[in-house]
Design a protein around this ligand. Structure first.
Ligand code: HEC
Length: 93
């Protein structure tokens, strides 16, 4: 139980209903959220494009300030689940 709390605790706290979200998905919206920020919105990207972007960040094929480290925290399978969840939430195309 302690481990579960550790993985799903305050870092993922989010005002959205995230009860159905895959691990880590709500954290994306902390930065790529609905409000206008200087960060790229994920809204114009399809799930496939998000997945491809994450893969490129993970492998280092694409330069990043932050996303390379974030992408390395997820397996390709986890990344796919997150990208698809974002799309079903209307947070991606
Ligand atoms: C701490 C803030 C932060 C979090 C959390 C975060 N991102 Fe990012 N994201 C960024 C920044 C900043 C960039 C711009 C690239 C860079 O400098 O790393 C970016 C870029 C991206 C891009 C490329 C966007 C484009 O227009 O091409 C994708 C895709 C992406 N993030 C997906 C995700 C996903 C999926 C998650 C959750 C697993 C996530 N991000 C979590 C900050 C964040």
């Amino acid at each position: 139980m302690a481990l579960l709390f550790c993985l799903c605790g305050p870092a993922l706290a989010d005002p959205l209903d995230v009860s159905q979200s895959p691990p880590g998905a709500s954290a994306c919206l902390g930065c790529h959220g609905a409000t206008e920020t200087e960060l790229p919105s994920l809204k114009n990207l399809s799930a496939v494009e998000i997945e491809a972007g994450m893969d490129a960040f993970r492998t280092g094929a694409r330069e990043a300030t932050l996303m390379n480290r974030i992408a390395k925290g997820f397996t390709p399978e986890e990344t796919r689940a997150i990208a698809q969840w974002l799309a079903t939430q209307g947070r991606a195309k």
